[in-house]
Design a protein around this ligand. Structure first.
Ligand code: SAM
Length: 177
């Protein structure tokens, strides 16, 4: 079980990037995302995607990040905070992989300093500044034993038939019954 926590989202600036964090979290195999900020619009857009494209992904808006981390750890979960200042992912990935209850934390402009102490691992996806979207995608890919790109999304209304050229989407109307 893998969940993602998005810290530091500013509703006036970060809508698009936080939506992308949610889409990547879902598409590359995590079970859900916690948003440590109040932005019901993002919850709605991610829930709409899950409704159409399937999978049992959850979105929880407006959580208290400290409370959620403490609760997660009490339940035996581990926390991996993504930060360019951390230990480079290839040097720690084998330690993280066996963990079957993992929360991956990504920040925005700046994160509360306490997160560095609360996390079990502070992990860099390369020690260069880039993006929470890229950092999350690469982490989900590297820590997985199976290929996240091959994940099946159950109960979808829409499914793409991959093709060389053009677009083909199949609609599953059974779910409306
Ligand atoms: N200067 C900021 C800092 O103190 O980390 C950079 C913030 S960056 C725009 C937003 C988020 O992207 C970070 O909180 C982190 O989760 C993620 N991030 C950016 N570069 C990263 C890297 N090289 N490795 C891991 N995470 C990274």
């Amino acid at each position: 079980r893998i969940i993602v926590m998005r810290l530091g989202h500013r509703p006036e600036r970060d809508k698009r990037i936080t939506t992308h964090v949610g889409l990547v979290a879902r598409a590359f195999g995590s079970d859900g995302i916690l948003l440590a900020s109040n932005d019901p619009g993002i919850e709605k857009s991610i829930d709409d995607v899950t409704d159409r494209w399937g999978g049992g992904f959850f979105f929880r808006n407006n959580v208290n990040w400290k409370h959620e981390i403490k609760k997660w750890k009490k339940e035996g979960g581990y926390v991996c905070h993504l930060s360019m200042y951390g230990i480079n992912l290839p040097d720690v990935v084998e330690e993280i992989k066996p963990c079957d209850k993992l929360m991956i934390v990504v920040g925005a402009e700046k994160v509360p300093p306490e997160i560095y102490e609360m996390a079990d691992w502070n992990v860099a996806v390369g020690n260069q500044p880039h993006s929470e979207v890229a950092a999350l995608a690469i982490t989900l890919d590297r820590i997985s034993d199976t290929d996240p790109l091959k994940k099946k999304f159950e109960d979808s209304r829409l499914e793409i038939m991959p093709m060389d050229r053009g677009k083909k989407v199949i609609e599953n109307t059974d779910l409306d019954k």
